[in-house]
Every structure is written in structure tokens, then in C-alpha cells.
Design a protein around this ligand. Structure first.
Ligand code: HEM
Length: 226
């Protein structure tokens, strides 16, 4: 009789291109977001404010390049990401109503049942949708402000600037929530910042619908005769 060793089974959650893109987001978006807050609040002297502006532009360039490279090399992943982000049903409503069980777990130390999720939970879907639209607008409006500000009509520049500021602030705050949850869910952190794989058991707990419908096994199934 063949016996499957449960400890040997891992699933590939984030392929190499996706993990590299995530590093692109970290190295591009985070410096741009932090310096964006500095440029808005102006707490530093002129020399430091100029430096903050230069870092802001460098972050924007890394972010833009990362998005372009990911779109060229992994369009299939972007399509899958968008499709899943916009796929909603009553399970998502149930998940949202209990906050994914996080408040109960963090504040009361209580595990409650939450509706089963696919590869992303409903909170991640909302983050994905906000990043997709908000991030695209930030990149577009940022380069318009950088290159065409002296030539663009005043009202147009005003609204670009307004949108860039408030969408940037919103996504900046959202990003800190994402980072907190990314570190809190340590298993997810290890998968994203490690080799992209996760123990099957752990993925089954967080993403049961993904496991039952579309997992990709990476380690050979170890077998033992008994
Ligand atoms: C040090 C900072 C960061 C940490 C620790 C972190 C952590 C993580 C982790 C653990 C995941 C996988 C979640 C899962 O599979 O359940 C993830 C996914 C993701 N991250 Fe980050 N992240 C960071 C910065 C960023 C930044 C700056 C962005 C872009 C603004 C970003 C955008 C995303 C997106 C779009 C996903 C996929 C959707 C999701 O799982 O929410 N991350 N991140």
C-alpha cells in the first residue's frame, strides 16, 4: 500500500516572476509612498526636501519599470489576478461581515469559522482592485505632473495633482495595513519572501477553494511502501 507523507507536500503559491515583481513593488512603491508623505507635510529643510523629491521620482521609476516588465513577462498572472479580484459571491460577503475572523483572533484570541476562500481572500481582492486602479492613476498622473506641468492647462494640472495626492495618501495607508497583515500571517510571509512555496496543510487552511480547484504541486510526492 502506498502512503503519502503529508509533511513533504508543498504548493507553489508565488512563482519567481511574481516574487520579483513584489520586490519591485517594495523597492518602488514604498520609497515613493514614504517620500510622498514627506513632500506633502514638508517637515524638512530645502536640501532634504529636494532629496525626498529625487527619491520619490526614483521610486516611481522603479515602480513603473517593474509594472511594465511584469506585464510583458507575466500577462497571464495579471489576467488571473484581475479575474479573481473581480470574482465576488456570497462567501465574500460572509467573509467581510466577520472581517475574515481577524478582529476576533487579534482582540479576543478566538478562532471563528470563516467562509472558504480561493487564492486571495476578500480583503486582498479589495486591496488588489484599489492597487490596480489607484496605482495606474498614480503612475500616469505622476509622470504627467513631472513632464508636462508647465504646458498642461491649469485646471487639468490641478485635478491631476489633487488625485495624485489623495489616491497616494489612501494607498499609502492601505499599504501599511497590508504590510502588517503580511507579517502577521507569518506563513504567507515566508512563502512570498522565500522560495514561493507553502506547506499544503497551511494553504488548505487559508485557501481551501484554491487547493481543491487549482493547485500546482512542486515537490515530488514522497511515497513509502508499508
Ligand atoms: C515589506 C513590505 C511588504 C510585505 C511584508 C508584504 C507582504 C506580502 C505577503 C506576505 C503577500 C502574500 C499574501 C498571501 O499570499 O496571502 C503579499 C502579497 C501582495 N503584496 Fe505585499 N508586502 C509588502 C509590500 C507591498 C507593497 C509596497 C505593495 C504594493 C503597493 C504590495 C502589494 C502586494 C500585492 C498586490 C499582493 C498580492 C495580493 C495580496 O496577497 O494582497 N506589497 N505581500
Amino acid at each position: 500500500m502506498k502512503h503519502v507523507e503529508p509533511n513533504g507536500l508543498r504548493v507553489l503559491k508565488h512563482r519567481t516572476a511574481s516574487r520579483l515583481f513584489h520586490w519591485g513593488l517594495i523597492l518602488g512603491f514604498m520609497p515613493a509612498a514614504i517620500t510622498g508623505f514627506i513632500i506633502w507635510l514638508k517637515p524638512l529643510n530645502e536640501a532634504m526636501m529636494n532629496l525626498a523629491m529625487q527619491i520619490h521620482i526614483a521610486g516611481a521609476a522603479i515602480l513603473t519599470l517593474s509594472c511594465a516588465l511584469y506585464a510583458i513577462t507575466s500577462l497571464d498572472r495579471i489576467v488571473a489576478f484581475v479575474r479573481l479580484s473581480f470574482t465576488w459571491d456570497d462567501k465574500d460577503l460572509g467573509w467581510m461581515l466577520v472581517g475574515g475572523g481577524y478582529p476576533q483572533k487579534m482582540l479576543l484570541g478566538k478562532q471563528i469559522d470563516v467562509p472558504p476562500m480561493d487564492k486571495m481572500n476578500s480583503g486582498q481582492k479589495i486591496f488588489g482592485i484599489c492597487l490596480l486602479f489607484g496605482g495606474s492613476f498614480l503612475i500616469m498622473s505622476g509622470w504627467i505632473l513631472y513632464a508636462f506641468l508647465p504646458f498642461a492647462p491649469k485646471a487639468f494640472s490641478y485635478w491631476m495633482d489633487f488625485g495624485h495626492l489623495y489616491i497616494g495618501l489612501f494607498l499609502g495607508v492601505f499599504m501599511f495595513v497590508h504590510i502588517f497583515l503580511g507579517v502577521y500571517n507569518w506563513g504567507e510571509f515566508k512563502a512570498m519572501f522565500g522560495d514561493g512555496t507553502q506547506p499544503l496543510k497551511e494553504a488548505e487552511h487559508h485557501n481551501p477553494l484554491w487547493i481543491s480547484n487549482k493547485i500546482e504541486s512542486v515537490s515530488p510526492v514522497k511515497t513509502r511502501s508499508s
